[in-house]
Design a protein. Structure first.
Length: 265
């Protein structure tokens, strides 16, 4: 008589269940949700006031308000910063025993990482939508690209953040220490943020910073998001998407390899 063998749930089902688990865990920590929303709003408020005088310089595009220039860049920067949370969250799951329990289940290791990635993407999307609403209601954000252009910029920011989260997940899978993960993440983020076109035009930077900004991948992502929101001739979007896809593929490969190592290593 033939015996029935259970082969486990399908890959999409595993991802869906684990993503829901991560989102529920996030919602059970209201303080974390509150401060993750508050942080980008504070950044938008501070930077919009600190750097607003740049509009009076010769290097700034004439006739453009600083909030219209800034907010698309803040969308990309917020997505990048949120991607660091993916790595930190994975390290925490490793340290509190959650991943040890997952290893005893008939699930594929990559589903755990993908679920972490997708749940953080949902959180980031919520952050970005609130930021746009805040920019419209408080600072008068009115881009020439309208709602469609703004949503396209938001989508591009999500893709960039999704790709970078794989990098931070890969780092977390190998270093497995929250303090080291945070240090590496901030060391990577701050040069990317400030040595770019995010806050001031590249030609307004000192010469040595201009050289860095022109090869900084974040500059291309910010410029593409800004072009979409402001209805400028769109350049760099395809390059940003292709680069993000390559970064995600490489990051996912090393993340899975690192995750498969014994937790004691």
């Amino acid at each position: 008589m033939a015996t029935l063998t259970w082969h486990g749930s399908s890959y999409p089902t595993q991802v869906l269940v684990l993503t829901g688990r991560s989102l529920r865990a996030l919602l059970r920590t209201p303080a974390l949700v509150f401060f993750s929303i508050l942080q980008p709003l504070i950044m938008l408020t501070l930077f919009s006031q600190i750097f607003s005088s740049i509009t009076s310089t010769a290097n700034f595009p004439p006739g453009m308000s600083y909030i219209n220039y800034l907010l698309p860049a803040i969308l990309v920067n917020t997505a990048m910063q949120s991607s660091l949370a993916s790595g930190i969250g994975l390290v925490q799951d490793m340290s509190n025993g959650v991943l040890a329990r997952f290893r005893s289940l008939p699930i594929r290791p990559s589903t755990v990482l993908l679920a972490r990635n997708l749940s953080d993407a949902v959180r980031t999307a919520f952050q970005l939508v609130l930021m746009i609403a805040f920019g419209v209601l408080v600072f008068g954000f009115r881009p020439d690209g309208g709602m469609l252009g703004t949503l396209a910029a938001l989508g591009l920011a999500l893709v960039v953040g999704w790709a970078l989260s794989w990098v931070f997940i890969a780092i977390a899978a190998w270093v497995r220490k929250a303090e080291l993960m945070q240090t590496v993440g901030f060391l990577a983020m701050f040069p990317l943020m400030f040595a770019s076109s995010a806050f001031v035009p590249v030609n307004g930077l000192p010469g040595w910073l201009q050289a860095i900004a022109k090869v900084n991948p974040l500059t291309y992502a910010v410029d593409a998001a800004r072009s979409l929101a402001l209805a400028h001739p769109v350049t760099g979007v395809l390059g940003a998407l292709v680069t993000s896809g390559a970064i995600a593929a490489i990051g996912a490969f090393f993340a899975v390899r690192g995750f498969r190592r014994p937790l004691s290593v």
